[in-house]
Design a protein around this ligand. Structure first.
Ligand SMILES: [Zn+2]
Length: 159
């Protein structure tokens, strides 16, 4: 994705599908942490900008760590100012949200960025789309987000 926010579309869809089992907060925070890598290298003017943090193995581990960290913070929030955020950060949901966020990030980025080698160290495979495909990818991410938001609203209305 060109921007971290596009990742949130698929995250919202997963959250909408299984809201109690996936933390959107952990998913979203993982996107930001993983994209600190290209931001750092862009600011330094060093290429490639997508390196080890954009592999399934490392991004998945980053997601696990982010999920665990947010769970620890969520334990405090659950009883204080943000109870809904605390509920989103239950132990298993935070870990699952972080790991799904981490694993999906390089897989999706690989559709757009030629320097992503998401399967390292096992393979150097790439799967970059043509420009038209990238436009469809962006549209698909937005539509996934809209669908996920609708699912969440419908589920909340039924609750
Ligand atoms: Zn990225």
């Amino acid at each position: 994705m060109p921007f971290t926010p596009f990742h949130l579309g698929p995250g919202l869809l997963v959250k909408g599908a299984v809201p109690r089992h996936v933390s959107l907060s952990a998913f979203a925070a993982t996107q930001v942490v993983v994209d600190l890598e290209p931001l750092t290298f862009i600011l330094r003017g060093e290429y490639p900008v997508h390196r080890w943090a954009h592999t399934v193995a490392v991004a998945g581990a980053v997601g696990l760590a982010v999920g665990a960290a947010l769970w620890a913070l969520g334990r405090r929030w659950r009883t204080t100012a943000a109870p809904a955020l605390g509920r989103d950060l239950r132990w298993s949901a935070a870990l699952v949200g972080g790991v799904i966020g981490g694993i999906s990030h390089p897989l999706l980025d690989g559709l757009m960025h030629r320097d992503v080698r998401a399967l390292r160290p096992f393979a150097e495979t790439t799967w970059v789309l043509e420009p038209k495909g990238v436009a469809v990818l962006h549209l698909g991410c937005v539509m996934a987000g809209v669908l996920g938001a609708i699912l969440l609203v419908v589920r909340r209305a039924k609750a």
